[in-house]
Design a protein. Sequence first.
Length: 417
Amino acid sequence: MRKKRYYFVVILAVLLLIAFKMQSFKSQPVEVAQVEEPTPPPYNPVIEIQDPLARFDSILDANVKASGVVGAAAVVTYKGKIALMKCYGVRKAGSNEPIDKNTIFRLASVSKSITGVLAGILDDEDIVDLDDRVIDYIPGFTLKTQKSTNELRIRHLLSHTSGLIPHAYDLMVEDHVPLDKIIERLDEVDVTAAPGQLYGYQNVVYSIYDPITKAKTHKNYDALMQEKVFDPFGMHDASVGFDAFENDDNKAWPHFNKGHNRFSPMRLNDRYYNTAPAAGVNASISDLGNLLAQLTDPESKALSKHARETIFTPQVKSPLSRNYFRSWGRGIQSKQYSIGWRIVDYKGRRVAYHGGFVSGYKAEIAYCEDDEIGIAFLCNSPASETAKNIPAFLNILFEEQDRLAENKAAESAADKS
């Protein structure tokens, strides 16, 4: 009897223990595995302009083919992204070395725009103020009148408002006279207006910015450009000067037009390299794409808002001949010049633009801040058909943007009614 009672107690204890364990198990929270949703890819704004981009792509191909150029390259950027990059032809007629995104070209006067970016940065960093007087940097500097000598500011150099007759001493540049020797003779050049009043295009006067920056920073112009512009903007192929261009294995050779868009190679030449800020920069289409990507990105850290305003604020009206923008049609309402950039009112938008030409090379660049768009074109065998590319793209894009704006306005009006 005692044994049965013992077994009964043991069984009851086991049952109670099991019940306790079951209750303890039920009270524990059940962990459910969390399934992570896949992260969506970052939004690419380029899809917003796919239709106009595709239309332009066809026109670009047709223009390049019609021009018969030996080699060329084009890039389009939108809201900080490379939207289109294309390369055509070869570096030198008769060779099979293709133009690629890293092939360097001479920028010629588009160098002025790159210098403008440098000037905006140095002004923003309080290194070289655009409103400083030139005579405070270059001892002994004189112009033909004492008034002009005393009043000439750095801003006037970079906006072509020095008051000197246009293209002062360009013939000396062509003759390879060193820049410092040319500057010494500027007191012989006629003055047509006080500094800041009239537009008069210059290469020598523009390039006085070189000795000014060297006097302040104690750095050569190419080193300063590398530090402040080329590296921060991702211009990894870019350089300054003839030696750098000649020694680069991936360069486009110049060509001359024998007639009917038939081109032959020319020897490399160092014309205008003695005016480095005005015409001495070399760059690839990748370089210009990266530069424009930063300019068209409102969140870019490469250029402050103040520097951007400094560079692109118009300084003077520039009454250019109608032929200069003949490929643009009748859409241009006004023409001005800022710090290294032409500012044109084109079809209701403010477009910053510059072109450059030197024997065998043509370069163009344009940027519209309001539409966050940029475009550049380089070639080593200039032909008139290539001048149609930038206005063709702007026309297509602006028409599409205007159409979308009208549709949105119509939808908004319909909702209100």
